[in-house]
Design a protein around this ligand. Structure first.
Ligand code: SAH
Length: 225
């Protein structure tokens, strides 16, 4: 079966699963997921499953990407922040739906690969940086929407602070390798948030603090004497 046929089958599967937002499905149809997975998983790019990328991270299952994107209720005027660029797939899908997409990744090399994909696909409304995303992106706040694609032990208050009033955040919450739930929060006038659980999920952890050391640089050679 051709990649195109597989993609159509995947979209039909998403519809059957109740994901019917036409704008979201169109955005998914327009982004070639095969460019975001490792070469060895090319054939599986349109199966509804999460796949490994480098550094032990994963590109999320298409159904979860669709569900999170739909829950975010993105509009063309929105400024959106994503934490956890990974392969860049979720960012690419979102970039078709919003005005500007900001994305943060802690692995320099993952970010560099994602940036190449954005460039190749001419997704010019994406701005990215390498840092600890749990601190958000203060210079660009407030954001109309925030999506976190790694599981947090609890919702980082810094991110709530950077969300506009009336804004929506979608974030997986729960322990590493434990029971995690996908939560949708809406920020109220008084700054508080009203959380709603969407579904059970399994995500890699949101790692706070120092960035992976030396990552992306060649391993230093041992001095010979
Ligand atoms: N959205 C991605 C999948 C994300 S996997 C995609 O579509 O492919 C989760 C990513 O979050 C990993 O790449 C991981 O390195 C990153 N991550 C984890 N903690 C982070 C943090 N504090 N700041 C930025 N990125 C983080």
């Amino acid at each position: 079966m051709s990649l195109h046929a597989r993609k159509i089958r995947m979209i039909m599967g998403l519809r059957r699963a109740g994901l019917t937002d036409t704008d979201v499905l169109n955005a998914i149809e327009r982004i070639p997921r095969e460019l975001f997975v490792l070469d060895s998983f090319h054939d599986q790019a349109y199966e509804d499953q999460a796949l490994p990328i480098s550094h032990g991270q994963t590109i999320s299952q298409p159904q979860i990407v669709a569900m999170m994107t739909e829950a975010l209720e993105v509009k063309k005027t929105h400024k959106v922040l994503e934490i956890g660029t990974g392969s860049g797939y979720q960012a690419a899908v979102l970039s078709r739906l919003c005005r500007r997409l900001y994305t943060i990744e802690r692995y320099k090399s993952l970010l560099a690969e994602a940036e190449q994909r954005f460039h190749h696909l001419r997704l010019h409304n994406i701005t990215s940086r390498c840092s600890d995303g749990s601190r958000g992106w203060r210079e660009q706040a407030p954001f109309d929407r925030i999506i976190v694609t790694a599981a947090a032990a609890e919702v980082p208050q810094t991110l709530v602070d950077q969300l506009a009033v009336g804004g929506i955040m979608v974030i997986p919450v729960g322990p590493e390798r434990g029971d995690q739930v996908l939560v949708k929060l809406t920020k109220q006038e008084d700054g508080s948030v009203s959380p709603k659980i969407i579904t059970d999920v399994r995500f890699v952890p949101l790692v706070e603090g120092a960035l992976p050391e030396g990552e992306g640089r060649p391993t230093p050679r041992r001095m010979e004497n």
